[in-house]
Design a binder for this molecule. Sequence first.
Ligand SMILES: Cc1cc2nc3c(=O)[nH]c(=O)nc-3n(C[C@H](O)[C@H](O)[C@H](O)COP(=O)(O)O)c2cc1C
Length: 355
Amino acid sequence: MKIPKLEIGSITADIPIVQGGMGVRVSLSSLAGAVAREGAVGTISSIGLGDPEASKNEYEKASREALELEIRKAKSMTNGHLAVNFMGVLSNVDDLILTAVREGIKMIVYGAGLPAKLPGLVEDPSINLVPIVSSGRVAELILRSWEKRFARTADALILEGPLAGGHLGFSLEQLRNIDDYSLEKLIPEILEAVKPFEDRFRKKIPVIAGGGVYTGADIARMLSLGASGVQMATRFVCTEECGVSREFKQSYLDAKEEDIVIIKSPVGMPGRAIRNKFLKKLDVVDKLQIKCDYRCLTVCKVAEAKYCIALALVNSYKGDVDNGLIFCGQNAYRINKIVTVKELIAELMSELESV
Ligand SMILES: Cc1cc2nc3c(=O)[nH]c(=O)nc-3n(C[C@H](O)[C@H](O)[C@H](O)COP(=O)(O)O)c2cc1C
């Protein structure tokens, strides 16, 4: 198969891969910059950049400054295409989006919450707005409301299926019947949902499919189903450029299929993670102590939450995996070595070309 370019509004990437945003410092400038340098889209995550034990003012300021720094560092590495990923449940999400816009980011990716106000916040049409969705129904809901309120549509949609890592846009019940929500079923559904909007706005709304995409053959399958590109995250964790601790990456290398589990998160959505000492501890304790002056998540009920998810993710990032949560996609157990981003993308593209 010939490698198609990926066009997202004002962006054209030579490689049809978006490296998925990975919160709490997993995808920062070193990874996103390296991916963008190879011709794919590199995504910096804006999530969890502040100190979870700081006060409100300190937290917001630290998050904003850290995001500015990461964007500047990534831009100094490459002229390639960079995106920033946001979560709707962050209490400082608007501030972070405006920071990314000020820093010249041209692709805003928004998940975990409906991006109802996004086109009002980012009016510049050269900045591409890309919601993350898990069904045709949600895609339609967002696009209908944007059309009515802002006469604007999305520049692309990321369709995240149930095999993805991190928080998932599916209920526990749906995740028990995972085959009913495969990307093979969801892609046609979402293409049908976006078609009327493409017709009315006379523009293509590319669908980028992610969640369990592992090989070049997987990419080819997504493209043949009508996706314009894929979003991949898990495989990028085990690259030299990903800035997480050695222990975090080793947990991926050591994981067996049965170690990859669905958890309940204080964010209020299920998530996928590696069952490690930390998760086993949560089985037997009522609640871990939480110190939280600044509510980083609008939805977290600190008094009821079993643990602080921001702290648990920071711990893993730093290497204290026994006290940390390790998010991963369903295919993490298949990874058995650390490679460079260049090697990973070359391998994927050679597999894609040979299909
Ligand atoms: C460690 C990790 C952290 C993630 N964090 C986020 C996040 O903060 N926001 C988000 O939108 N998606 C997040 N994701 C989802 C990815 O961006 C991506 O859509 C998904 O994992 C793709 O599936 P794959 O990992 O099987 O390639 C995360 C995934 C992983 C593995």
